[in-house]
Design a protein around this ligand. Structure first.
Ligand SMILES: *Cc1c(COP(=O)(O)O)cnc(C)c1O
Length: 235
């Protein structure tokens, strides 16, 4: 099932790229494997997936040693400062930086491990109360502060769009994030690129691709529905 789903998602990304006149190579599919067992990740790996997204530090550290070393792990969930140390040398990209304090902790831990950590800033474009992320107007000042950190490299922006029935409803959200990234790129800030735009999930990734996403984060569309009740019992 995972292999078929993965191929379907790839086809859909290709179609969305064609509709928008984009090269499918510009779009990285992140297989969001949170709550899913290692054998399902292995199946995705065997079908060619190399980039996996997780939203819990514990799951990354559990799965990391059980799977091939050429996987790129992306931290896409809210990150607590006291857990940064467990993943700073394991993740290829942290999508969810939304405060100076968190960035300071990443800088300290990255310096200890002598690594440079690529990050995205998470923007709560829709200003939903229940979500983490920066307000649009907070992004540039934070970029300017973090740009000075030698062990962090800002590579772009991420947003989690609202849950909607019709993905078209999120098109303006994706446009706003794209515009913000273009505006920030135009400032030519040292040590900062805006090459990554992480937006679009199972319900709306085709629209996100049409609006310029360079990374889409697809979980359900690849691995099926998540069963949180079962996971809670297991723990
Ligand atoms: C769970 C999650 C996803 C994937 O959601 P689906 O709707 O299952 O595709 C994407 N991004 C983030 C940040 C997530 O936490």
């Amino acid at each position: 099932m995972v292999t078929e789903n993965l191929n379907q998602v790839r086809e859909n990304i290709k179609a969305a790229c064609e509709a928008a006149g984009r090269d499918p190579k510009e779009v990285t599919l992140i297989a969001v494997s949170k709550t899913k067992p290692v054998h399902m990740l292995q199946e995705a790996y065997d079908a060619g997936a190399r980039v996996f997204g997780e939203n819990k530090v514990q799951e990354i550290t559990d799965k990391y040693p059980q799977l091939p070393k050429d996987i790129q792990w992306h931290m896409i969930g809210h990150l607590q400062r006291n857990k940064v140390k467990y993943i700073v040398d394991k993740v290829a990209l942290i999508h969810s930086v939304d405060s100076l304090r968190l960035a300071q902790t990443i800088e300290q831990e990255a310096a200890k491990h002598d690594v440079c950590v690529p990050i995205l800033l998470e923007v709560n474009v829709a200003q939903e109360e229940t979500k983490f992320g920066l307000k649009t107007e907070e992004v540039l000042p934070l970029v300017e502060s973090i740009a000075k950190f030698p062990h962090i490299k800002i590579q772009g922006l991420m947003t989690i769009a609202p849950y909607v029935q019709n993905p078209e409803e999120n098109r303006p959200i994706f446009r706003q994030l794209k515009k913000l990234s273009v505006d920030i790129a135009a400032k030519n800030i040292n040590n900062v690129t805006m090459s990554v735009l992480s937006m679009g999930m199972t319900g709306d990734y085709q629209v996100a691709v049409q609006e310029g996403a360079t990374m889409v984060r697809v979980g359900t569309g690849i691995f099926g529905e998540r069963d949180y009740s079962k996971q809670a019992q297991d723990k």
